[in-house]
Design a protein around this ligand. Structure first.
Ligand code: ATP
Ligand code: MG
Length: 173
């Protein structure tokens, strides 16, 4: 039984994440999807709460296959602001896992130092499928809906995500 681990901030969950997960979920028996910086929300860099991001990931998984959630764990993880202890922190919060999937240099380095097997993931259309670019578009009123799974666009609209981003960008004056 092989259990894998993948972490993102998912601000928001987009088609880059979706493509990676669509592949790695079939390389393992079970997959842990960790939601990083879980304590953050209502900022321009981290507009969505951990719970809202759980919902995005959950709905996106259903779009791939409703049976998937029987073998996927979605777990929010708060930051601990101490990289040398971070892997232990992760391990204390999620089920045991055998392999890490990541393309993030720091994540890769920290897990390798801790002796974990790490597999790098492919990048998909990184110019557009990027949280920073999607949040910029949301703020500017540009087209963003086609950069996230349909179900995720619905979640963002339901929670008033676009209005939130525009409102918190305002000045206190
Ligand atoms: P931000 O711009 O806010 O940092 P992001 O798009 O980098 O957002 P993260 O949640 O930070 O999204 O990414 C989590 C993981 O998903 C990272 O390790 C990253 O390598 C991977 N990832 C992000 N975008 C893509 C993409 N377009 N294709 C494949 N993997 C991606
Ligand atoms: Mg990133």
């Amino acid at each position: 039984m092989i259990r894998g681990f993948f972490i993102g901030r998912f601000q928001p969950y987009h088609l880059g994440h979706h493509n990676v997960i669509r592949h790695i979920v079939y390389e393992v028996d079970e997959l842990i999807i960790a939601i990083g910086s879980a304590q953050e929300s209502h900022t321009l860099e981290n507009p969505f709460t951990a719970g809202e991001r759980v919902l995005m990931v959950s709905r996106a998984l259903d779009e791939i296959d409703p049976e998937l959630k029987k073998r996927v764990y979605i777990i929010p993880l708060e930051d601990i602001y101490r990289n040398s202890l971070w892997v232990s922190h992760v391990c204390s919060m999620v089920p045991p896992f055998d392999i890490v999937f990541s393309n993030n240099p720091l994540v890769i380095r920290l897990f390798k130092e801790a002796g974990f097997k790490v597999k790098t993931t492919e990048m998909y259309n990184r110019n557009e499928y990027q949280g920073t670019e999607i949040r910029r578009r949301m703020l500017k009123g540009e087209r963003w809906e086609d950069l996230v799974p349909k179900s995720v666009a619905e979640v963002i609209k339901q929670i008033g995500g676009i209005e939130r981003i525009r409102e918190i960008a305002g000045k206190d004056a």
